[in-house]
Design a protein around this ligand. Structure first.
Ligand code: HEM
Length: 437
């Protein structure tokens, strides 16, 4: 019995001696080669599983997940020093020997907020504002109709704007429209135009869809658009200066303007009633000052965007606003220590907000200067307006012209240089069909 037990023990020992090395190898292999992690979802970059394994104390290679399609952006796994990165994510500028002022900032947290605003808030509200204004004008045209010359066309034309004035206006208008179209295409490009182009391409080529079509097509357009935007801006600024000096004196507000505004410009009173106005009525004066102030601000923020890091426009403005607030006992506490990159972010946001607001205003102006008001366009077309139109919309200006004898007289009329005789002229011709509109 004892011998049999010893024999069994010997056999078991031999069996174990054969088996044990294999078992040890398998266990060692298990430890050295954990189940491979599927990193396809991150393009080869580190996954949550890598992090969890490290936290469990498992042996994850230090370079795990730093390869793959995103390798340039993947974090460094356990090589990443979280304390260091926590330290640099403050958006503060430190010192460096590099010349670019933005080089002193490694990570700027506010950039994320700015990017979200740029990608979602700005394009969304810009769409609402522009489409809203177009809808409002369509409704106005539908319910109020075109503003017509109440007394019909006369046979007399009065000079309203000189050649230089019209040149200034059209330089401003054409450059602004180019800036608006290219600016909006840059704002809407990624969110609207690229998917729109992809959609069109897919409809037209259902059998050979190129997934990069939208991006490629837009890239070419954006390149040209950016060039046009950056260069046409100088023509816009020149035109702004020109119209400012040509028209500033005529746009100084007067008591007549207050009364004009109080009557809503005659827009909502009985048809044919027009409040008194000089060469420019209050509505036009408001447009003039908005164009000058908003155009000036657009230009300043645009120059700041063209020359990154050169200006402290927003920090200076915030300091002034803080001072102004304090002067009236209000604490604004706006940040006046903006880093160069924050200056750029404010400049970009401001440039877009003011640009879109100006586009909305100009859409209304274009409407009223063309389809919205009979007889208005020729003022900027050939420089002349119908006398009846001028009398209805700018009666005080016409009165002044009459006084100076600058109203052309119709054939056969006597002395045009006195108010009495000009009154006697057949200014208000009976209504006739309006082919010259
Ligand atoms: C196709 C586009 C445009 C048309 C048809 C148009 C039409 C006109 C007309 C007819 C006038 C003269 C109104 C009058 O006799 O009292 C005028 C004036 C003026 N326009 Fe335009 N315009 C256009 C674009 C622009 C743009 C883009 C701007 C500015 C960015 C602008 C700024 C002005 C200003 C400041 C005045 C003088 C103030 C006033 O009369 O309202 N215009 N425009």
């Amino acid at each position: 019995m004892r011998t049999a037990f010893l024999k069994l023990l010997a056999v078991m020992t031999v069996v174990m001696l054969f088996l044990a090395p294999g078992a040890t190898d398998a266990a060692a292999q298990d430890a050295a080669e954990p189940t491979p992690v599927d990193r396809s979802a991150t393009g080869g970059a580190q996954t949550l599983e890598d992090i969890l394994r490290r936290q469990r104390g498992e042996d994850v290679p230090l370079d795990a997940g730093t390869g793959g399609a995103n390798s340039g952006f993947a974090n460094q796994g356990a090589l990443s020093n979280s304390e260091l990165w926590r330290g640099v994510r403050q958006g503060q500028a430190f010192t460096t020997t590099a010349q670019n002022p933005n080089a002193a900032i490694l990570v700027q947290d506010e950039g994320t907020r700015w990017l979200q605003t740029r990608q979602t808030v700005l394009p969304t509200y810009a769409t609402y504002a522009i489409l809203g204004m177009i809808a409002l004008l369509a409704l106005f045209l539908l319910f109020r109709g075109r503003i017509r010359i109440g007394a019909g066309w006369s046979s007399i034309k009065v000079e309203r704007f000189t050649g230089l004035e019209r040149f200034g206006h059209w330089l401003l208008a054409v450059s602004f429209i180019l800036l608006a179209v290219t600016g909006l295409s840059l704002l809407f490009g990624r969110e609207y135009l690229v998917p729109g182009l992809d959609w069109m391409h897919a409809r037209m080529n259902p059998d050979a869809i190129d997934p990069n079509y939208g991006r490629d097509a837009y890239a070419g357009f954006a390149l040209v658009g950016k060039w046009v935007h950056d260069n046409v801006a100088w023509a816009f600024m020149a035109a702004l200066v020109l119209i400012f000096f040509m028209w500033v004196l005529r746009n100084i507000p007067t008591w007549t303007d207050v009364k004009w505004l109080a009557q809503g410009g005659g827009m909502f009173t009985k048809k044919g009633h027009h409040p008194h106005a000089r060469k420019f009525n209050a509505g036009q004066k408001i447009l003039f000052w908005l164009v000058i102030l908003m155009g000036g601000s657009l230009s300043a923020s645009g120059i700041a965007l063209l020359q990154p890091g050169e200006y402290t426009m927003f920090a200076d403005t915030f300091a002034k606003l803080n001072e102004a607030g304090a002067a009236v006992g209000y604490t604004l506490a706006l940040d006046t220590t903006l880093s160069p990159i924050e200056e750029m972010q404010y400049a970009q946001t401001w440039h877009t907000v003011v640009g879109v607001a100006m586009i909305v205003i100009v859409i209304a102006h274009i409407y009223i200067g063309s389809v919205g008001m009979q007889g208005a366009f020729s003022a900027m077309g050939n420089g002349k307006v119908d006398l009846n139109w001028a009398r209805e919309h700018h009666d005080l200006w016409v009165a002044k012209l009459e006084k100076k004898g600058r109203i052309p007289r119709p054939a056969g009329a006597s002395n045009p240089n006195t108010r009495a005789s000009s009154r006697a002229m057949p200014m208000r011709a009976p209504k006739k069909p309006t082919p010259a509109e």
